[in-house]
Design a binder for this molecule. Sequence first.
Ligand code: SAM
Length: 299
Amino acid sequence: MERGQQAETQHYFDRFAEDWKRKGSGTMPARVNIIAQRNGIALDVLASLPAPKRVLDIGCGTGDLVLDIARRGIDAVGIDFAADMIRICETTRAAAGLERARFQHVSVFDFDPQGETYDLISAQGLIEYISFDQLVDLCRTVFRLLAPGGAFVVGSRNRLFNAFSLNAFTDMERKLGVLDDMMTEAEVIAMAADGAGALSAAEKIARAYPQPERHPETGVTVSVRYQYTPGELSQLLRSHGFTPAAVYGAHYHALPPAVAKDDPQLHAGFSEVVYRARRSDHRLLPQCTTFVLDVRKPA
Ligand SMILES: C[S@@+](CC[C@H](N)C(=O)[O-])C[C@H]1O[C@@H](n2cnc3c(N)ncnc32)[C@H](O)[C@@H]1O
């Protein structure tokens, strides 16, 4: 099962690396650029660190985040297990002449940092594609590789959104018996005074929710793409020594997915405006398909 999910993931991202590059480039009309939104949040966190020297991006895809960080004069390493992704990274890096960017074709579970530590580690769009046991392994690896005081910026599909998407994902949660739990966590988050309060309140009620054997179709042909709630992920990271610092929302839905599909331009407009003005407003999290946690290793 585990090997199946990762093998499917590797196959998918190898075949769709060129499409992914187009997706992240912002040139696709009427599309929410979720890649740029998540990367923008990682850059916000980077800007909040006192003097970051080195960054690691796990599951770097086409390398946009790594290249943006290198442009800021900071050393950045991107790793990805899809060979075609790394080929694209190397081509873009060479064309831009960015010496501070490095890429490695390797699975995070085989990565040898050669004694390096990092001030920020990012993982966007990665944890969907690994099992729970591998996620635990990832938490331990990231904690070890972070410098004291360093930030882990981790993105996740937001399981709370399933309660508001009113589609096959909502039905999936009802069948798993957790729709009420999703509503309750959404409520607790929306009623908290700030982001930190939202996370601690959500952590108190969250648990490891049952996961389905397959997820409904979304166009990504990997049959299992795990989703977590902010409380659930924050709880897990805290249990591995991290201190949750902030939570951000990405890909806000003013329109339910079925309507957004009919009017992608309107949907993208709402989503981009909310991202620019309100990405750190915890009250909007339940309507975001994605959340990004900023958790810190104690100094
Ligand atoms: C959804 S893409 C996201 C890429 C990039 N972070 C972004 O936001 O555009 C997920 C990436 O994670 C990579 N990946 C999945 N499992 C991995 C693993 N075990 N080690 C390294 N990369 C992995 C995939 O090859 C893919 O490029």
